[in-house]
Ligand binder design. Structure first.
Ligand code: ADE
Ligand code: ZN
Length: 346
């Protein structure tokens, strides 16, 4: 079957690893800067885009946090969110669990209510307007203190923020999951879902800790799991979801090129992986772009793409009904592809 005839652009998928602040396109950054009277240190959009050459996670994070300066009002957060939803809908995303970094805004003097309410307003009519269901996850910055994270979590709980869970992101190495045990204990007690970035730049030990000390339901990234056979065995046995972000891994130099990415090996070993876009405006593409580049690099077939999409749906925090609905869409997509097998490959 010629892979070029596959249509990964409309593959129905759940986006489970997406930082809303990482969807700020340079054009929107400039538009918001003008609206808010902020002077940017770049002459124009192309001068800003020229900065998008990263050597590691920290080199990206520095620009990512600095560009957030243009987000000041609820309207700014709403506009950013709507711009993402339009693009995600076009990519075939049918459900998105979206990370927001509240501390990154609090530290700039933007109130918790401003960022939460703005993003929530953008998400409110997402299903009707953009064709995808959504939920929100508050991510804590691991290079800040656990006390600060706990304080923000208490504020989110007190204001009854519309979040389904918490995550852990930002600079990984030197900030192991064990630092945040009390934060995650509190989140579990509050009935929140828990996920954490681990094994992006940090080693397999960070994944063990996220599972054993934080009790997370999913690992974000997790690609360094392949270095630890015992860990791979556990992840396979328990089918723990790993939200893999191939273009992100290339742009942040976790792998040299996409052809060096462990994704095909991870699939072959039976790991429960799915594909996501992380910070798409910075890393050269949204979910459909990630899928298209995987298809052209690894010649993934429609059965493998459907497997990745079904994994994303099963790994999402969905009701059983919505999960079944989306799995049926994935199966319809698979059988509509040229040369589809009659029986799913599993
Ligand atoms: N925050 C936004 N994107 C991130 C990533 N890829 N890793 C850690 N923290 C992040
Ligand atoms: Zn991420």
């Amino acid at each position: 079957m010629p892979t070029s005839r596959l249509s990964p652009a409309r593959l129905p998928t759940a986006e489970l690893h997406l930082h809303i602040e990482g969807t700020l396109e340079p054009e929107l950054i400039f538009a918001l800067a003008v609206r808010n009277g902020i002077a940017l240190p770049y002459r124009d959009v192309s001068a800003l885009r020229a900065q998008y050459e990263f050597t590691d996670l920290q080199s990206f994070l520095t620009l990512y946090y600095s560009n957030m300066a243009v987000l000041l009002t609820e309207q700014d957060f709403e506009d950013m969110t709507r711009a993402y939803l339009v693009r995600a809908g076009a990519a075939g995303v049918r459900h998105a669990e979206i990370f927001l970094d509240p501390q990154a805004h609090l530290l700039r003097g933007v109130a918790l209510e401003t960022c939460i309410n703005g993003v929530t307003r953008g998400l409110a009519d997402s299903e009707a307007r953009y064709g995808l269901s959504t939920s929100l996850i508050a991510a804590f910055l691991r290079d800040r203190t656990a006390e600060e994270a706990l304080d923000v979590l208490e504020q989110l709980i007190a204001m009854d923020a519309p979040i389904i869970g918490i995550g852990l992101d930002s600079a990984e190495v030197g900030h192991p999951p064990s630092k945040f045990t009390a934060v995650f204990r509190r989140a579990h007690a509050a009935g929140l879902r828990c996920v954490a970035h681990a094994g992006e730049e940090g080693g397999p030990d960070y994944i063990w800790e996220a599972l054993d000390l934080l009790g997370v339901a999913r690992i974000d990234h997790g690609i360094r799991a392949v270095e630890d056979e015992q860990l791979v065995n556990r992840l396979v046995a328990e089918q723990i979801p790993l939200t893999v972000c191939p273009l992100s891994n290339v742009r942040l130099r976790a792998v040299d090129t996409l052809a060096d990415h462990p994704l095909p090996d991870m699939l072959a070993r039976g790991l429960n992986i799915s594909v996501h876009s992380d910070d798409p405006s910075y890393f050269g593409g949204y979910l459909d772009d990630n899928m298209a580049q995987l298809v052209s690099t690894f010649a993934l077939d429609s059965t493998q793409l459907a497997k990745l999409a079904a994994n994303s749906v099963r790994s999402a925090f969905l009701t059983p009904e919505r999960c079944e609905e989306l799995l049926a869409e994935v199966e319809n997509w698979r059988t509509a592809q040229p040369g589809a097998k009659q029986v799913p490959g599993g």
